[in-house]
Design a protein around this ligand. Structure first.
Ligand SMILES: Cc1cc2nc3c(=O)[nH]c(=O)nc-3n(C[C@H](O)[C@H](O)[C@H](O)COP(=O)(O)OP(=O)(O)OC[C@H]3O[C@@H](n4cnc5c(N)ncnc54)[C@H](O)[C@@H]3O)c2cc1C
Length: 193
């Protein structure tokens, strides 16, 4: 578990990220208002939904437990995205989409996972894993996929260092020269959410 220091306070739990984010002015809690549109996940699908929802004047919130970009955010080069004939890094693409959505008024909340969805009258209520809630008139679930892991530490080490589960997309190929591990595994089981 990461440990962090902020001011005189030490945080040594999963709340570390939330504490540091809040200290930097990043929103970590949805407001009590009922949004027009809530989007679960800030991968490419969630970011696109945020741009179009907010640009149509909807009060839009994006709920994301990690970081913008989702799987695409880990790619060193995406070459098949509309409008980028020479390619763009996943991080660059996500940042541009986030900026575009924010300029249209979308709110991003980096918070706990959305763990449940229910109805309250005409509203949809999302239960966050810390027990709090967010409400909206409409919800788009853009939670993507999570890759299954084999629970073998040696295989987990290269993750995030240039090796990904989609070598055909360019990530592992582009970074292959920099990888010094004796073996690189670039495939694995996929779990649908
Ligand atoms: C290394 C790599 C390179 C790739 N390169 C290419 C490429 O070049 N071209 C291409 O077309 N595709 C590429 N892909 C595939 C592409 O990235 C995915 O198809 C795309 O990211 C899917 O977008 P998404 O928004 O549907 O889901 P994801 O990217 O999976 O994003 C889902 C988001 O939802 C969040 N989330 C999940 N569960 C919850 C929850 N309960 N509550 C709140 N938030 C939640 C996650 O944290 C995540 O941010 C690549 C994938 C990888 C891994």
């Amino acid at each position: 578990m990461p440990r962090g220091l902020w001011g005189s306070r030490e945080t040594g739990s999963s709340r570390c990220f939330a504490d540091v984010a809040a200290a930097h002015g990043i929103e970590t809690r949805p407001s009590a208002e009922v949004y027009d549109l809530a989007i679960v996940g800030a991968g490419p699908a969630g970011l696109a939904a945020a741009v179009y929802g907010a640009s149509e004047g909807l009060r839009t919130v994006v709920l994301e437990p990690n970081a913008i970009g989702g799987q695409a955010g880990t790619s060193s080069m995406i070459r098949n995205y509309l409008g980028f004939p020479r390619g763009i890094s996943g991080g660059g693409l996500a940042h541009r989409a986030w900026e575009q959505a924010v300029l249209f008024g979308a709110q991003f909340v980096f918070t706990d996972e959305v763990a449940g969805l229910g109805l309250r009258g005409d509203d949809r209520v999302m239960a966050l894993s810390d027990g709090s809630q967010a409400a909206a008139r409409a919800v788009i679930i853009a939670a993507g996929v999570a890759y299954g892991r084999l629970s073998i530490p040696a295989l987990d080490r290269p993750i995030g260092a240039g090796c990904g589960p989609a070598p055909g997309y360019g990530d592992a190929l582009a970074a292959a020269l920099g990888i010094t591990w004796p073996a690189v595994l670039c495939s694995g089981p996929m779990r649908r959410r």
